[in-house]
Design a protein around this ligand. Structure first.
Ligand code: BTN
Length: 321
């Protein structure tokens, strides 16, 4: 029995089909049917299962289409490439950049086998469920880099709020939250010249959880992460989400010099870290302080108990209260 035979049965029925009926038709055990359903879900099929009713195919995985994503762009330097599977879009785009790819190259993958997050963490990237993409920039000055992650967070939020009609928050520096759970992460990586230390290129990696079911997240992440689908129960068009993010990203990037204040003020409005007591580590010591603001450079400005200000430029903070 192949899982395709089960898929065919589900596709031919609008409603629920019982596990018993499927196993009877195909002459296999109910356990084998369950195993095949699990495999289909891993491929991106959304299959509803109900006790006493069986299985119902809700939706099939949507194919990422670089024509659709690219067609939404107004900036002629943007070039979108889609791949089925890659270790990490940041790694793959870095190789493309070293081979001469120009600024504006965007690599989108349907699946990442080793998606990376900040601080050496991994980013779970199941097939056909999320938007995993990286954007290549070649800024002239290092000054263009500061606050780039903040700008990306604002572009991503604006895009997703528009498409999914939801309200999102930012946890400094780079986590986008939906109702307190992580929906999207951003990983900015710079490649510098050996001698001069100047920036050769920057890669901005964006991972959005779009159509994942709760079971697509490992158990330890289920309380901390969510997708648009797991939160709202509505499947979203990944091409539209990717296209809208890239559109807003380049729109902001091209005018960042003039609009930097506006972007940072939008960032602060969305940043739930501000106004809270945060815990962080400095020189091996665990500290607590009040997060007062995020400065023009994207650093978190905190006020310690002794009244002194501290600036956190990267690393992890947790919100205590
Ligand atoms: C984080 O949450 O710490 C950042 C996660 C960034 C994930 C994206 S997915 C596309 C790109 N490729 C990667 O390997 N990582 C980024």
């Amino acid at each position: 029995m192949s899982k395709n035979e089960i898929l065919k049965i589900l596709e031919e029925n609008d409603g629920f089909v019982s596990g018993e009926e499927i196993s009877g038709k195909l002459g296999v055990s109910r356990a084998a049917v369950w195993k095949a359903i699990k495999l289909l879900r891993q491929e991106g099929y959304v299959i509803n299962s109900r006790t006493n009713r069986g299985y119902k195919l809700e939706s099939s995985p949507q194919v990422l289409d670089c024509g659709l994503i690219g067609g939404m762009q107004t900036d002629s330097s943007v070039q979108v490439v889609c791949v089925k599977s890659v270790d990490s879009t940041n790694n793959a785009l870095k190789k493309m950049a070293l081979d001469g790819a120009p600024e504006g190259m965007v690599l989108v993958a349907d699946h990442q086998t080793s998606g990376r997050g900040r601080l050496g963490r991994s980013f779970v990237s199941p097939k056909g469920k999320g938007v995993y993409m990286s954007i290549l920039l070649k800024p002239e000055f290092i000054g263009d880099i500061a606050g780039l992650t903040c700008m990306t967070a604002v572009a991503v939020i604006n895009a997703i709020e528009k498409i999914a009609g939801t309200t999102l928050d930012i946890k400094w520096t780079n986590d986008i939250l939906l109702a307190g759970k992580k929906l999207c992460g951003i990983l900015t990586e710079l490649s510098t010249e050996g001698e001069s230390g100047g920036v050769r290129f920057a890669i901005i990696g964006i991972g959005v959880n779009v159509n994942q079911e709760v079971s697509d997240f490992p158990p330890e992440l289920r309380e901390k992460a969510c997708s648009l689908y797991s939160a709202h129960g509505v499947m979203q068009d990944r091409n539209r989400i990717a296209g809208e993010i890239v559109l807003r990203f380049f729109d902001m990037y091209r005018s960042l010099k003039e609009n930097r204040r506006k972007v940072m003020s939008e960032y602060r409005k969305k940043c739930v870290t501000i106004g809270n007591i945060v815990a962080y580590t400095r020189d091996g010591k665990q500290l607590r302080a009040l997060a007062e603001t995020v400065d023009f450079e994207g650093a978190l400005v905190v006020r310690k108990d002794n009244g002194q200000l501290d600036k956190l430029r990267f690393g992890e903070v947790s919100i205590v209260s």
